[in-house]
Design a protein around this ligand. Structure first.
Ligand code: SF4
Length: 479
């Protein structure tokens, strides 16, 4: 039986439909506009402080490319180092394997409740749902993740999963779903944070097992690194007796000097900070200090297939900073849920279809088209992922997988036939000028079928009264 990869959410429509629904939600758009425009400005200022930013970006990209070219070597080195320091390494080919390993490890402790520090990898494999099916409750401890979890919602941003919620909505969620909510809760940020802190503290103090993701794994020493802003991660990583970390195989870096580059690139790109507030590093097990059992689950789940694609593999450089989301005009208007995946925005548009790696998955296949190709994401990416290049590459792959009788394929063949002959092309241009009568204020909003397929989602500029060729002939004759 083929098990569905939970990178995309079951039942989510393809992007064009989901985006249309999201666009109708004015509150969502207002929340997103406020949040992304603020962080955009702050990031630009934080980056401008560093005169060698471009060199840092190049260094980050080069380190990641070197790792990707020798991934097997670095992963084996990481495994050896973790094992030598008392940890246990598990290899998971896909989501089902990773979830089964985590569940088995938790069951071995006899616990039925675990605390979690925010982790994209565990969201990618649907770990919480898999644990729930196995009788284990996972409590999210990141404030935004907690809001999403209590609201039975879905994350809509890599860094701020509840970015689509405002204060009033969060208060309402807490009052509805937080068992120990204060009776006099207001929508003041301080009051909301305090309510969450008290709720979580009780969980931290009783939890025996914690689950984390990993921002980086240092191959030379087997050290795992998590960066975060709230301190909840630090509590998860130090208080429980057993720690289970799920890490994508691309997160390995060779050495500590390499790590230093990313610890500069990541905070400025994500939260516009010079340094992130909490950087937790642990290496295997230390007797009498912190968790006494440490398990590292190394997750593939489509990464090896992505690595095999010469253009697409640069997506694996991603350090999940979310800068590309905050500058994307499409993301700003639709929000993250429209992408139907744990990875939204420009990085989601290229990473999700590659991790899913199934040309029949209509929702994933729609994502490379969820972009204006403006290139703003490429400009801000701290590891220089050429997102527009990967988008067009993946679009070509989607088209190649379509039937030759698909309307798009027929239209392209017709266009190729017209453009193959100068006379035909000129006649088509002349016919096109007739469409001027359909225009108003310089644009056409409605064309008859099959042009309606285009104007249903986009306007067309009114064609000029005179084509370039006629203008040339009129002004220059046969020169
Ligand atoms: S693609 Fe680049 S900008 Fe986007 S989240 Fe990844 S590292 Fe950040």
């Amino acid at each position: 039986m083929v098990v569905r990869n939970p990178v995309t959410w079951l039942g989510t429509p393809a992007f064009p439909k989901a985006a249309k629904d999201a666009l109708a939600n004015t509150q969502l758009r207002r929340n997103l506009r406020n949040a992304t425009s603020t962080i955009r400005g702050k990031r630009a200022a934080a980056v401008a402080e560093l005169p060698d930013w471009e060199r840092l970006r190049a260094a980050g990209a080069a380190i990641k490319d070197e790792v990707l070219a020798n991934l097997d070597t670095y992963l084996i080195r990481l495994e050896a180092a973790v094992t030598a320091r008392g940890g246990t390494v598990h290899w998971a080919r896909d989501a089902a394997e990773a979830n089964a390993i985590a569940l088995r490890l938790i069951r071995a402790t006899g616990e039925t409740e675990v605390v979690k520090v925010k982790s994209m990898a565990t969201a990618e494999i649907g770990l919480n749902e898999a644990l729930a099916e196995g009788g284990v409750t996972a409590i999210e401890t990141d404030l935004a993740e907690l809001i999403v979890q209590l609201g039975e919602d879905r994350p809509s941003h890599i860094l701020v999963p509840a970015i689509h919620r405002n204060r009033a909505e969060i208060k309402e969620i807490f009052q509805r779903a937080m068992p120990d909510v204060p009776a006099d809760l207001t929508s003041e940020p301080r009051a909301l944070a305090e309510a969450a802190r008290r709720h979580l503290r009780r969980k931290f103090l009783s939890a025996k097992v914690a689950i984390s993701g990993a921002n980086f794994g240092v191959a030379e020493t087997g050290s795992i690194v998590v960066v975060e802003s709230e301190g909840n991660g630090r509590m998860c990583l130090t208080l429980p007796e057993t720690l289970i970390t799920v890490m994508g195989i691309e997160k390995v870096v060779p050495s500590w000097p390499d790590l230093e580059v990313f610890l500069q690139l990541l905070p400025r790109s994500s939260t516009a900070e010079r340094m992130n507030p909490y950087t937790s590093v642990w290496t295997g097990v230390t007797p009498g200090d912190g968790p006494q059992a440490f398990h590292l689950i190394l997750l593939d789940n489509g990464r090896t297939a992505t690595l095999a694609d010469e253009v697409g593999r640069q997506s694996l450089r991603c350090i999940r900073c979310s800068a590309c989301l905050n500058v994307c005009p499409v993301y700003e208007r639709t929000g993250g849920e429209a992408y139907g995946s744990v990875y939204p925005g420009p990085i989601g548009a290229i990473l999700t279809p590659q991790l899913v790696n199934d040309p029949k998955d209509k929702q994933a296949a729609s994502l490379p088209f969820a972009s204006s190709l403006c290139g703003a994401c490429y400009e801000v990416c701290p590891v220089s992922i050429n997102i527009p290049e990967v988008l067009t590459h993946l679009r070509a792959r989607v088209v190649e997988n379509k039937s030759s009788l698909a309307p798009e394929a027929i239209a392209m063949r017709a266009l190729a036939w017209v453009m193959a002959d100068a006379k035909r092309f000129e006649r088509a241009q002349q016919a096109g000028t007739l469409a001027r009568f359909l225009g108003r204020d310089g644009k056409i909003t409605r064309l008859p079928w099959p042009g309606s397929k285009w104007t249903d989602v986009r306007d067309v500029p009114v064609p000029p009264a005179e084509s370039f060729r006629s203008w040339w002939r009129r002004t220059r004759g046969d020169q």
